[in-house]
Design a protein around this ligand. Structure first.
Ligand code: ZN
Length: 154
C-alpha cells in the first residue's frame, strides 16, 4: 500500500548521486513506490518530486500537470526551445529557500508511464520548468546550483 514517505534534505549525498535508468521489467514492482511519491508530493504541497528526494537513486519523477500528477519512469528531455525564461523555484529538499532559475520555455519529454507505455509530452512554461527541475535531480543537480537571487522565506 502506498504511503507518505520521509523526504531527504540537502546536503544528503543521495541528492548528489547519478540515478540509474530503470529496466522496463522492474516498473510493475515500482508502482507502489510511485504512488507513495505522489502522496508525498501532495502531502508536502509540492508540484514535483524526484526519487532521490525519497532516498532512491532511480530515474523516476512525479510532475504536477493541469491534469493531475503524472508518474514518469526514465524521463528524457529530447528537445528544447531556444528560448529560456527566468522564474522562481523552490525544492522540497531545500526547505524555505527560493531563487530565480533560467529554464527552457518548452521541452519535449519522453518517458514510460505507469502502464508501461512509452509517452511523449510537449510541455511549456510551468510544466516544462518542473520537468527540467526534476530531471536535474536525477543527475544530482539542485536548483541552487543554477539559481540567482537565492533567498529564504519562513
Ligand atoms: Zn527539487
Amino acid at each position: 500500500m502506498s504511503s507518505v514517505l520521509p523526504l531527504v534534505f540537502n546536503p544528503d549525498p543521495r541528492l548528489r548521486a547519478l540515478s540509474a535508468e530503470i529496466p522496463e521489467k522492474d516498473i510493475p514492482g515500482l508502482l507502489d513506490l510511485a504512488e507513495s511519491m505522489v502522496k508525498t508530493m501532495i502531502a508536502d504541497e509540492g508540484v514535483g518530486l524526484a526519487a532521490p528526494q525519497i532516498g532512491q537513486n532511480i530515474r523516476l519523477i512525479i510532475v504536477l500537470t493541469k491534469d493531475g500528477p503524472e508518474i514518469m519512469f526514465n524521463p528524457k528531455i529530447t528537445k528544447t526551445s531556444l528560448r529560456s525564461v527566468w522564474g522562481e523555484e523552490g525544492c522540497l529538499s531545500i526547505p524555505k529557500t527560493f531563487g530565480q532559475v533560467k529554464r527552457k520555455k518548452n521541452v519535449r519529454c519522453e518517458y514510460i508511464d505507469i502502464k508501461g507505455q512509452k509517452r511523449v509530452v510537449d510541455a511549456a512554461d510551468m510544466v516544462a520548468r518542473i520537468i527540467q527541475h526534476e530531471v536535474d535531480h536525477l543527475d544530482g543537480i539542485l536548483f541552487i546550483d543554477k539559481a540567482k537571487d537565492i533567498h529564504t522565506e519562513e
